[in-house]
Design a protein around this ligand. Sequence first.
Ligand code: PEP
Length: 254
Amino acid sequence: MDKERKLIIAGNWKCNKTVAEALVLVGDLKRELAPVKEVDIVCCPPFTALDAVSKAILDSNIRLGAQNMGENGLGAFTGEVAAGMLKEFSVGYVILGHSERRQFQKESDALIAKKAAAAHAANIIPIVCVGETLAEREAGITNAVVETQLKGSLTGLTSEQVERTVVAYEPVWAIGTGKTATTAQAQEVHAFLRKVIGTLHGDTVARRVRIQYGGSVKPNNARELMSQPDVDGALVGGASLEVRSFADIIKNSI
Ligand code: PEP
């Protein structure tokens, strides 16, 4: 598939996998995906498996991501993990503002923006998630919702930082439900998000920023989604937990 932007496909393991299970999965993925050069491949295990996975993928084309981080540096922030700590394990990406964190931890756009700035300061690429609920889509306010989330979550970043940020469009109604946005629905929102970035940071940044789709991506729908002009990869939840489905999503996307 011929795109100006390199595809980036990330697996969000959420709160799954012991260290032993994580090692089996990345071991299998390494073997399956060794020949793949066309896609940036990222695995995002839970914090507890970062150390082991980091060592296991040293000699591979798989990069490491975290699923969250604290917005502050070191200090009296009980329970938090700072960007600098993630760097110890060669974490290159961090998922920020996932809808589950927006819902269960009540994360706001302003907080996500602080985390995104802290990630960039540590040379970690944030994967910033936005997406509407089913009620919002049915009310016809999808664009307004994702525009507010995107602008709020990128506040304070420089244009260079925005260009390196990965945006993930994840309609909440499609996450873990088996319902996927149609390719037309995904493309429409991706093109809109790119336009919003263009308005804020200019055409070059908009052309270069990568926008992933997330929400029940599976081997059988990956190719069609990735073929959309403004879809630059996928953030994969459930299907990233098994070697066969994650590897096939990546292979079918090329
Ligand atoms: C996600 O949680 O980011 C996600 C897209 O999940 P799933 O692929 O399971 O819908």
